[in-house]
Ligand binder design. Sequence first.
Ligand SMILES: [Zn+2]
Length: 131
Amino acid sequence: MTAARATGTKTKTPGNRLDDARGRLSAERVAAAARIAALERDIATIVESAKGGATDDEHDAEGATIAFERAQAMALLEETRTQVEALDTALARVDTGSYGVCESCGQDIASERLAARPSATLCITCASRRR
Ligand SMILES: [Zn+2]
């Protein structure tokens, strides 16, 4: 039985890069979750004030403003939720070690791109090709 057999074979992972990425992704996720909470509060407030307001008459200018504000907040909420999903996916990819690798061509995603967009799953070439 040779005890030292399994060591030394799988130590070539770029640990620092992934740890950095995990930290950044986690921080972004926390920030996004906070934005979601704030937006949900905003929407609740808007809905509440709409109820308090006189009518939901379509001809009421106030009602239209409230509807618009609510629609905007909802769109922003949806967008932020999508961001959280993307960050979760990226974090899962950190765990499996596939983070920073293009999903399409398998090449490394440039670190500048990951710095600007930590949840990117495609390299610049593949991302621009998809448009
Ligand atoms: Zn690619």
